[in-house]
Write a protein that binds this ligand. Sequence first.
Ligand code: PRE
Length: 101
Amino acid sequence: MAAVSPEQQLAELRSTIDNIDAALVHMLAERFKATQRVGRLKAEHEMPASDPDREARQIARLRRLAEESHLDPEFAEKWFNFVVAEVIHHHTRIAEESRED
Ligand SMILES: O=C(O)C(=O)C[C@]1(C(=O)O)C=C[C@@H](O)C=C1
């Protein structure tokens, strides 16, 4: 049986990466749909855009999960902070728009 060529191995690995990247985009889209609803709820009830206690709890949880999954916990925390910064930006914009109405 002929050995699988490096090009074929690379193509197969890239096909797996393609599926994972697609799943990540879909999951992020769902997460942002949920956080947009949180943003509207917070704006309606004049709640602060950010919740540092919630973030700290979630970071501790995600770091634990990352360690269990052999993912660098620093990377997990950086990823979370990157996403949350964007969410807070959205929340702030929603609150500003609701005050203008
Ligand atoms: O849970 C909230 O209160 C949110 O607004 C969502 C979220 C998040 O994206 O996880 C974003 C901002 C807060 O500081 C905490 C968490």
